[in-house]
Design a protein around this ligand. Sequence first.
Ligand SMILES: NC(=O)c1ccc[n+]([C@@H]2O[C@H](COP(=O)([O-])OP(=O)(O)OC[C@H]3O[C@@H](n4cnc5c(N)ncnc54)[C@H](OP(=O)(O)O)[C@@H]3O)[C@@H](O)[C@H]2O)c1
Length: 277
Amino acid sequence: MIVVSAASGAFGRLVIDRLLERCPAGRVTAAVREPGKAADLAARGVTVRTCDYDAPRTLRTAFEGAGRLLLISSPELDPARRAAQHRAAVDAAGAVGVGSIIYTSFLGAGTQADGFTAAHHVTERHLEASGLPHTLLRHPFYSEAFLNPGLRGAVASGELADGTGGRGVNTALRRDLAEAAARVLTEDGHLGCAYDFTGGLWTYEDLADTLSRLGGRPVVRRDRADRAPGAQGWLEERIRSGALERQTDDLPQVLGRPATTLDEAVTAVLAAQGSTA
Ligand SMILES: NC(=O)c1ccc[n+]([C@@H]2O[C@H](COP(=O)([O-])OP(=O)(O)OC[C@H]3O[C@@H](n4cnc5c(N)ncnc54)[C@H](OP(=O)(O)O)[C@@H]3O)[C@@H](O)[C@H]2O)c1
């Protein structure tokens, strides 16, 4: 049996979709904080169990009988609390004899013990110390943080605001990362591996060109003078400092095909918004 934690989230749902293409629904368990949110998954034949990282007692029953557990990281922002949640999940998995754990970590977490990767670093070390067979899926930032409904506004106005100072950024779409996770969960040969996943390098200049071509009207990149507040501003600061520039071949190797290109991703975003030419 394959158990997926945090399965009601955007990434978890994509993984379940990919798993159902590869194995019978009876082999898949969605472990979610609120089972009511996974009624659609239950209707597809997936077993739904309660799993709250803050309620250790739920974790053992959620993971019981799992040959493989996909432990999707918590969205908790406080690093200490997030690390404690992940430690509780690993301990529960060990206590009920889960066969192996596949953990969604983040690029750089193997060596970087502070900042954004602090909780991932602790979790990686805890997994290692647990002695449980495991695989690390180190994710980059999701492309969806950059390729989002805001692109429609850029096509309409002809201007694409770039807060990154012209630097390039490597990201990957959730759907490719989900397919890679499904492969690791259903294939042999991945235990003991740490995969650094990312997609191709792109810039806002590339993105403006792509939008011009696919949106059917000229779009030019312009530097944004102000720093956007909130998560987007934080991301852009990381890009400006070069923290997100990273190339690796791991994602295409696990997918068995190139990761989604910028063109494909932008086409999907624009098509979903009904604004393609
Ligand atoms: N690489 C990136 O760019 C990036 C971006 C965002 C997030 N992430 C990380 O990747 C994970 C998956 O991303 P996503 O896009 O699927 O996020 P998401 O859509 O926000 O989903 C988060 C999931 O975590 C669940 N959750 C929250 N608190 C929990 C708890 N205490 N116990 C158990 N489950 C809990 C949520 O359950 P409910 O449905 O009940 O709320 C939801 O299923 C995130 O949790 C975060 O750690 C990575």
